[in-house]
Structures are given as structure tokens and as C-alpha cells.
Design a protein around this ligand. Sequence first.
Ligand code: RTP
Ligand code: MG
Length: 182
Amino acid sequence: MTRTIACWKAVAGAVAGRAEGRSGADRLSAMTDVADTTLPAEPAIERTLVLVKPDGVRRGLSGEVLRRIEAKGYTLVAVELKQATTELLAAHYAEHEGKPFYQPLVDFMLSGPTLAVVAEGQGVIPGFRSLAGATNPTEAAPGTIRGDLGRDWGLKVQQNLVHGSDSPESAAREIGLWFPNL
Ligand code: RTP
Ligand code: MG
């Protein structure tokens, strides 16, 4: 809509210029000036790392998570079922080292295969976090992946089905860890 308005403004400016007897070059410059100053910046296409954690894979929910990502309109760039290693998880969860849930989290993430996904689209990093819902599945809103499909199982760590990168810096780092060839 904004582009259409800018275009019409430019044409209107050029027509006015002809009526005022301005040269073709001046009128072209008027069109360019209007177009340059009114076009909005394109939002950057970004990528995020999504993991369907071992509980999600075990419960047969990988397809449901992919369905929600695609239904939202994001594009799948890479999808791979992987068995995480201690080294990969130490790097991925470095920010949580030393916290009480760190070792239970690593043990949980080693307990079976993980579906690693790179998804792409404008705003996909916060967008997937919205789809995932709050970390604690008991508190996650209905309509979210964790809110609809997760619950507290009384275990040492929250098994909350999915991971999503929380910033562009995290996304770049995590995609490099899970998909070194991408
Ligand atoms: P994620 O990194 O997996 O997308 O989740 P998040 O940002 O919502 O949560 P974060 O604070 O980064 O924690 C990473 C994962 O550790 C487990 N956790 N359990 N008190 C607990 O039981 C607890 N706190 C964190 C969850 O699996 C969480 O997703
Ligand atoms: Mg996190």
C-alpha cells in the first residue's frame, strides 16, 4: 500500500512539473526524489534454529511442529534428524552452564534424536518464539506449541518439546553448530 501511494505521489509530482513547464530531466528527478524518500526499508529475511527436542520426536510431534512453522508462512531451509553429542550440547547450552537444570537438560537432550530445523522469513526469530510459547508448558498459552502439546511431567527439567533461537546472534551461532555446512 505504501509503495502504491509513493508511486502515485511521484506521478502526481511529475505531472505538476509538466504543468509548471519544468524539463523532463527535472520531472524525472522529482519522481526519483519522492520514490527514494517514501519507500520503506525492506525488513531483512532472517533465519532461526528450531529444535524438536527428544520428547517431541518420541511423542511423534515433529510433523505437527513443522506444520505450524509452515502454516505460519515461514520457509523450511534445512531439516535433519540428529543424535546430539555432549560436545554439541555443551556449546549450544553454554549460557546455562552452572545452573541447577544444566546437567538434567543435557541428559534429556541426549536421551534420543532431535529434529534440527532452520526456518526462514521476516521476523522468524521472535515469530517462532511466539509459536513455541512460554518455557514452562504449564504456563504456556493455549494456541502455542508448548501450551497445546506440553505439560509438566514432574521431571528434573522441563521437557517442553521445542527450542527456538532468542536473538539474531544466537541464531547465527546455533545454526553454525547444528548445520556447519549451511
Ligand atoms: P529454549 O532455549 O529451549 O528455546 O527454551 P527457552 O529459551 O524458553 O528457555 P531457557 O531459559 O533458554 O532454558 C533452556 C531449556 O532448559 C530447560 N529448563 N528447565 N527450571 C527448569 O526446569 C528449567 N529451566 C529451563 C527447558 O527445557 C528450557 O527450554
Ligand atoms: Mg533459550
